[in-house]
Ligand binder design. Structure first.
Ligand code: PLP
Length: 360
C-alpha cells in the first residue's frame, strides 16, 4: 500500500474497497485454455440452435420475470426442490456476494485456507471479519479447528467447497455433516459450494434438506458448459432463501440466460456424457504423470488438479511456450510449486502430458 494522499475523487470510496486489489486475472490468448476450470466441450450445437430460435420469438423490449420464476420452477423440477427455496443470479459469484451481504457484513466469514478466492475477496470488500483455518496437509478438512472457530467466532457465513477449490479434494461426508451440525448449533449460515459436484459424484442436497442453516451453491459454469451464459443458484431452506431473495436485484436474469437454461434443463442428459468423458480423461492424465521424476499430479475429484512442480513460474512459462495456459497457485498456503490445471479434451491433454514430460 502506498500512502499517497486521497484525492477529492476517491475520498468518498470506502477504505475496504480501496484496499482490495482488482480480481487477479489476465486473459491469455493461447490455443489450450486450462486456467479457468471451464468445460472443454461447448453447449451442444443443436441445443444452441434451439435456444436461438426461441430467443428470436421472444419480445426483447419487455422485462424478464421479476425473480426468474419460470426458471426457478424448471430448476425445482430438475433438483426436486421447492421453487420458493431456490435463488438464482447471473453466476454464483453474485450469490457469494449476496451471501456475504446476508450474513457476513459486520459479522464473520469463516473459510479454509486456501479456499476459492471469491469468498476472501467478498469478505474484504464488504467488511466481514475473515477467519481462515488452514487445511490439513493432505488437504482434508481440519474438523476440530473448524469446530473451535465455529464456537469461538461470532456467527456469519461458513463456506466450504465440496469438492474443494483449488485442491480438488473431496472430504469425508461424515466430516462435512459434523461441521454442518456444529455450525447449525452456533447459528452460522453454512455454504456448501458444489460447483464441481458432478465430477466427484458427491451431492449434499439431502444434508441441506435436513439442516435449514445449510445451503448448496451450484452453477451452470462447469459441468453444464455454460460459463458464458452466467447462471448460479442455491438450494436452501425457506428462511435463508426468502431473506437472500431480498438481496437479489429485480430482473437480474436476462432473457438470453432464461432461454438457454430452459433448453438445457429440457436436455440434461448431455451433461452426464461430457462429465464421464472428463472424469475418464482426468484418470488418464493422472496415470500418465504418475512416474514423472520431478512433478506430481495431486489427486483430485474435480475437473482440474494441482500439478506440483519444482518451480511454478518456470513450469508455467514452459507450458505457455507449448500453447497451454494454467493457473499458478504458488503463493497460497500448502501450494508451493503448484499450478492448477483443468482437464481438457483428449487432444489437449495429450499436449499437456507431453509438455509436462519435458519439465525437468
Ligand atoms: C467456478 C466456481 C464457481 C462458479 O462461479 P460462476 O460465477 O457461477 O461462474 C463457484 N465456486 C467455485 C469454487 C468455483 O470454482
Amino acid at each position: 500500500m502506498t500512502s499517497t494522499p486521497l484525492s477529492q475523487e476517491t475520498r468518498g470510496i470506502r477504505a475496504a474497497v480501496r484496499k482490495v486489489s482488482a480480481y487477479p486475472f489476465t486473459p491469455i490468448d493461447v490455443p489450450i485454455k486450462l486456467d479457468q476450470n471451464e468445460n472443454p466441450y461447448d453447449f451442444p450445437a443443436e441445443l444452441k440452435a434451439e435456444a436461438a430460435r426461441r430467443m428470436l420469438e421472444r419480445p426483447w423490449n419487455r422485462y424478464p420475470d421479476l425473480h426468474a420464476d419460470k426458471l426457478r420452477e424448471a430448476l425445482a423440477r430438475y433438483e426436486d426442490w421447492d421453487a420458493g427455496s431456490i435463488v438464482v443470479t447471473p453466476g454464483s459469484n453474485v450469490l457469494i456476494k449476496i451471501l456475504t451481504e446476508l450474513a457476513g457484513i459486520n459479522q464473520t466469514m469463516l473459510v479454509t485456507k486456501p479456499t476459492f478466492s471469491v469468498y476472501t475477496l467478498e469478505a474484504s470488500l464488504l467488511d466481514a471479519k475473515l477467519v481462515e483455518v488452514p487445511l490439513n496437509p493432505d488437504f482434508s478438512l481440519p474438523v476440530a479447528e473448524l469446530k473451535a472457530a465455529l464456537e469461538r467466532e461470532a456467527p456469519g457465513v461458513f463456506a466450504i467447497a465440496e469438492p474443494h477449490a483449488p485442491t480438488g479434494h473431496a472430504d469425508r461426508p461424515e466430516d462435512v455433516q459434523e461441521l454442518v451440525r456444529h455450525a447449525e448449533q452456533y447459528g452460522w449460515v453454512t455454504v456448501l459450494d458444489e460447483a464441481y459436484y458432478q465430477y466427484s459424484g458427491t451431492d449434499y442436497r439431502d444434508l441441506v434438506r435436513a439442516h435449514p442453516n445449510a445451503l448448496s451453491l451450484r452453477t451452470f459454469s462447469k459441468a453444464w458448459g455454460l460459463a458464458g451464459v452466467r447462471l448460479g443458484y442455491i438450494l436452501a431452506g425457506q428462511e435463508i432463501a426468502h431473506n437472500l431473495q431480498k438481496l437479489v436485484s429485480a430482473f437480474n436474469v436476462n432473457i438470453l440466460t432464461e432461454t438457454v437454461l430452459e433448453v438445457a434443463l429440457e436436455h440434461p442428459e448431455y451433461v452426464q456424457r461430457i462429465v464421464q468423458e472428463t472424469v475418464r480423461e482426468r484418470e488418464r492424465v493422472f496415470a500418465a504423470l504418475q512416474n514423472h521424476p520431478t512433478c506430481q499430479a495431486l489427486p483430485s475429484q474435480a475437473n482440474y488438479f494441482l500439478l506440483r512442480t519444482p518451480d511454478a513460474q518456470a513450469a508455467y512459462r514452459h507450458l505457455l511456450s507449448r500453447g497451454i495456459v494454467t493457473r499458478p497457485q504458488d503463493g497460497q498456503y500448502l501450494l508451493k510449486g503448484c499450478l492448477r490445471v483443468a482437464i481438457g479434451t483428449p487432444g489437449e491433454n495429450d499436449t499437456l502430458i507431453a509438455a509436462v514430460n519435458e519439465l525437468k
